[in-house]
Design a protein. Structure first.
Length: 155
């Protein structure tokens, strides 16, 4: 294999939907995103963990709504501030991740991926696979399975 071919094959990249929570950018692998929704009416579920806001109906399917701010230990959203929702599938179940804003889909080259820094909050490390540097901002990549597994264990 020539050197040129080797360089080309190691120059892989991935697409991420960029979301914002409390002015921090996060990335969700675009292949895990089922839908992006404006603020939805959520039905409260009694005795659910604090990060489970409730459920909503999406085209006839029941979707569990997760407040990602609470899951990450961040302060509650200002009630006047609208939210958005990113719908992901996990273990054949739909989850609506309630977030502050949805941004663009960005492509990051694998060679710029970094493992979680030692200074990253332990709770964030638990749900993150690593980070990418975007201009002068860090984008924390969310491991959707880890984010939702821990919520399921608390149920």
């Amino acid at each position: 294999m020539s050197e040129e071919t080797q360089t080309h094959t190691t120059d892989q990249s991935k697409d991420f939907l960029i979301i914002e929570i409390d002015n921090q950018k996060f990335g969700i692998p675009v292949l895990q995103v089922q839908d992006v929704l404006r603020e939805q009416e959520v039905t409260h579920v009694p005795l659910a963990p604090p990060e489970v806001l409730g459920s909503l109906n999406l085209r006839g399917r029941i979707v569990t709504a997760i407040d990602v701010r609470k899951r990450l230990g961040l302060p509650d959203r200002n009630p006047d501030m609208p939210s958005m929702s990113v719908v992901v599938e996990h273990k054949e179940e739909l989850f609506s991740l309630i977030i502050d804003k949805v941004g663009d889909v960005l492509n990051f080259k694998d060679k710029y991926f970094e493992k979680n820094p030692g200074t990253l909050d332990p709770l964030w490390k638990e749900i993150s696979t690593g980070i990418y540097q975007q201009d002068d901002t860090l984008v924390v990549i969310i491991d959707v399975s880890s984010l939702l597994e821990n919520v399921e264990r608390k149920k």
